[in-house]
Design a protein around this ligand. Structure first.
Ligand code: FPP
Length: 235
């Protein structure tokens, strides 16, 4: 397997609701199992030496779900940041970041997020970035507004990238979406410009290390051209 030390994998974790429905359980049970899958996959990515893993936990559009589901997801996020993520950062040396319109979240979640980012910032393992209240267009507009509120008169791609929520995750190599959906859904629009796309019918709560390795194997077999002709990089 090729070296994965610079690799950035992004995942749209889809199918929690369908997984629960298949088992005649409430949707929130699916989200709980989805969290277990996230812990499992973050550990696996860390063991494989992957540098960045970015996951979509809650989109700017997800507010339109029933109130009870939204409340549950935030309750789950609160306890996850305090417990599971704290364990990942302490025991696995994983660095945790959260991207999105965090200033719109409740104050206590914001301070939990700030705390976990602060205590894990010098960790050397995987950077696990969780997108919460996140939209790709919103991120680009937020960056643009930062530029408009500064002295900037003209901007390069590199400078624009610096205004995004987490400049270090500027290129996604592999975008995985589970549960047989083949859409980008407003996730990391700037960062996926040359990403390889991988779709699987596996529902997110069932996704494990073997699924991750299969996706990476498929990625490794693809020829990335970045707009050039094949082999041109050899000239
Ligand atoms: C998509 O499944 C999943 C979500 C909208 C939420 C993702 C959340 C988790 C994986 C929970 C753990 C994460 C954190 C950080 C607390 P869906 O509900 O759209 O499934 P469906 O398409 O089958 O209905």
């Amino acid at each position: 397997m090729k070296s994965l030390e610079h690799m950035h994998i992004a995942i749209i974790m889809d199918g929690n609701g369908r997984w629960a429905k298949k088992k005649n359980r409430p949707r929130n049970f699916g989200h709980r199992e989805g969290l277990k899958a996230l812990e499992r996959v973050a550990k696996a990515a860390n063991e494989l030496g992957i540098k960045y893993l970015t996951v979509f936990a809650f989109s700017t559009e997800n507010w339109q779900r029933p109130r009870s589901e939204v409340d549950f997801l935030f309750k789950l996020l609160r306890s996850t940041v305090r417990n599971e993520f704290d364990k990942l950062q302490q025991e696995e040396d994983i660095k945790i970041k959260v991207i999105g319109r965090i200033d719109e979240l409740e104050d206590d979640i914001q301070s939990d997020i700030n705390r976990i980012e602060e205590v894990s910032k010098d960790n050397d393992g995987l950077q696990l970035t969780i997108a919460v209240n996140y939209g790709g267009r919103a991120e680009i507009v937020d960056a643009l507004n930062k530029a408009l509120n500064s002295d900037i008169k003209a901007i390069s791609e590199e400078e624009f990238n610096e205004l995004l929520y987490a400049p270090e995750i500027n290129n996604v190599d592999l975008l995985i979406r589970t549960a047989n959906e083949k859409r980008v859904s407003n996730f990391l629009l700037w960062q996926i410009s040359y990403a390889e796309l991988y779709f699987t019918s596996t529902l997110w709560p069932d996704f494990d290390k073997i699924d991750l390795e299969e996706a990476i194997e498929e990625y490794n077999s693809r020829k990335r051209k970045f707009g050039k002709l094949p082999g041109e990089e050899l000239n």
